[in-house]
Design a protein around this ligand. Sequence first.
Ligand SMILES: [Zn+2]
Length: 182
Amino acid sequence: MFHSRTVLLTASAILVGFSAHAGGVSGGGGNVLFPVDPQQPASRLEVRQVIVSAHRDVVQYLQEKQEQFRAGNLDPAQRVQFSQLFEQPLNVVEISRNKVLEIESERPCIDANGMPVDADIHADDQEKVCVSSFSISKKVEKGELSAQSAALLIHEFSELAGFDEDGAVQLQSMVLADFRRR
Ligand SMILES: [Zn+2]
C-alpha cells in the first residue's frame, strides 16, 4: 500500500513538472548531462563509431517504448514522460529513423543562438542533425559514451518532434539512466 502510493505521488510530481514546460520554444541544441572528465579520452573516430551505433539503438529503443506505451506496459514514471513524447505533433520514431547525423569532428555544433553545443537540430542540411564527436570526446568517459550519445540523440529528436528545452533535458536524463542500466 505504502509502495504504490509513493509511486503514484512520484508520477504526478513528474507530470506537473513536465506539463509546465511542454510546448515552449527550444534553442534546438543539446549537451551531454553531468559528464565525468575522461582520464583517457576516446578518439574522435571511436566517438563517431559509438554515435553511429547509438543512433541505431535509439531508433529501436523508441520503437519499443512506443509499442510498450500503446500496450500500456510502461511503468508509471516512464508512461508520463513517453505519453508527452508520443503525443507531440510529429512522430519521434519516424524522425529518429529518417534523420541523418552530421557528425562534426573538428568543432562543436552551433545552436540557433550561435552557442557551441554537443548536438543541434540546425545542421547545414535540414534533413540532418549535427552531433559533435569533437565535443563529446573531450567531455565523456569511454564507458559512458554509448549511454550519453543515445540520450543526447533522443534530446535532439524530441525537440524535432515538438519538445521545448526543459522537456528535452528531462527526457534525456531519464533515457540516460535507462541506457546505463542496459
Ligand atoms: Zn535542446
